[in-house]
Design a protein around this ligand. Structure first.
Ligand SMILES: *Cc1c(COP(=O)(O)O)cnc(C)c1O
Length: 374
């Protein structure tokens, strides 16, 4: 979709806000002597890694994390000089790809350690890899039993270079959760047992806000860069990055006993003005917003009435002026009055899912004060 007039919605991504968010997080890390990386997996949380990556690099970021090898390969094309880390390990057979594109794998098991160490020995070259320890999330990383084996036989690491010892927090967005401290302790203990002297990385976005003892050498924020609030319950310190506008296609007046949309779940009790907006679940406007979400016409709230369809929603614009609701007009689907975290809550999900669900039918605009990028 290149022509804004042909699209049902306009998605504006504020690169200056992403840069400002990076600088805020980097400042917090720098205060405790840590570096700040950027996690740009899942196409930079849906916002476009090919544009967001270079914007973050311009803001001073030198270290990037992605989830998958393929993401690292694509990213190398736009970030020729950056340090690119892949959170997945090498699968036997794809080690060459890491070396060819200069990607740092994350070793998540003894099997990964052996695969990478053997590869390094074949190349006769110490290649960097992160070593991930499972400190309580039970998702990726060496489980405690494998950590014991490695501590007893550190020679298994011979030939490779441990770039960072890493682990991931399960409950960083709940500052009072006891698992945070237990993970911190278990991570600190693991560091004394293996790869002593290697750099360490534990904190995601929310982890940075748990305090300096969680920063270690390198923090790995993702969501906060894109405007998601890192600490639920306090005012969001991050700048909003996403502005999503949906286009009104048609307006009609309805009244009892009419209904609207699939399943006829919404009945009208009084005369109501309905606008049909060209955004639907195919665009990532979740079906769970049916009869519960809202858009804004300027400052006026317009609740979603009836079910979200694939390409369309219907909203109650009875309270909005006619001038703001003519066909062709844009309404705020994500904007100053309904930021990501607010609508995520309304849809029973989290900002991460709202971002990564943003569809590809929107006309995308990258706004920046820097010349050549708008
Ligand atoms: C996704 C991810 C991050 C970033 O997490 P945010 O909560 O988005 O800041 C950091 N580390 C690992 C291992 C991850 O999977």
């Amino acid at each position: 979709m290149t022509n804004a007039d042909h699209a049902g919605g306009i998605l504006t991504i504020d690169l200056d806000a992403i840069a400002g968010n990076y600088r805020l997080l980097n400042g917090k890390c720098a205060a405790s002597g840590a570096k700040c990386a950027a996690v740009i997996k899942a196409d930079a949380y849906g916002l476009g890694a090919a544009v967001v990556g270079p914007a973050l690099e311009s803001a001073g970021c030198r270290v990037f994390f992605v989830a998958l090898t393929g993401e690292g390969v694509s990213l190398r094309g736009v970030l020729p000089k950056a340090e690119i880390h892949v959170l997945a390990g090498p699968l036997a057979g794809n080690e060459d790809t890491f070396e060819e594109y200069g990607l740092v794998p994350t070793l998540n098991s003894l099997g990964d350690v052996d695969t990478w160490a053997a590869f390094c020995r074949r190349q006769d070259h110490r290649l960097p890899a992160n070593l991930q320890i499972d400190t309580g999330m039970s998702r990726l990383g060496l489980p405690p039993g494998e950590l014991d084996v490695l501590a007893d036989d550190p020679s298994r690491l011979d030939g490779l270079a441990v770039a960072n010892m890493i682990s991931h927090l399960a409950c960083a967005d709940e500052p009072g959760h006891s698992l945070n401290r237990r993970q911190l302790e278990s991570f600190t203990r693991a560091r004394t047992r293996i790869a002593a002297g290697a750099k360490a990385s534990l904190a995601n976005s929310s982890g940075i806000f748990l305090g300096p003892e969680y920063h270690f050498d390198l923090a790995r924020p993702g969501a906060a860069l894109y405007g998601v609030g890192p600490v639920p319950g306090i005012p969001n310190p991050m700048a909003q990055v996403v502005h999503l506008q949906g286009r009104i296609l048609q307006v009609r007046d309805v009244d009892s006993p009419q209904t609207v949309g699939y399943g006829a779940i919404h009945r009208f009790a009084q005369p109501t003005r309905i606008a049909t907006v060209a955004v639907g679940y195919a665009d990532g406007y979740l079906r769970s917003f049916s009869d519960s979400g809202c858009v804004y016409v300027g400052d006026i709230r317009a609740p979603v009435v009836g079910r979200v369809s694939m390409d369309l929603i219907t909203v109650d614009v009875s309270g909005a002026p006619e001038s703001g609701t003519r066909p062709g007009t844009l309404v705020d689907v994500i904007g100053p009055h309904n930021p990501i975290d607010t609508i995520a809550k309304e849809g029973g999900t989290i900002g991460y899912e709202i971002l990564t669900s943003l569809g590809h039918r929107y006309h995308r605009v990258y706004s920046s004060s820097q010349a050549g990028r708008a």
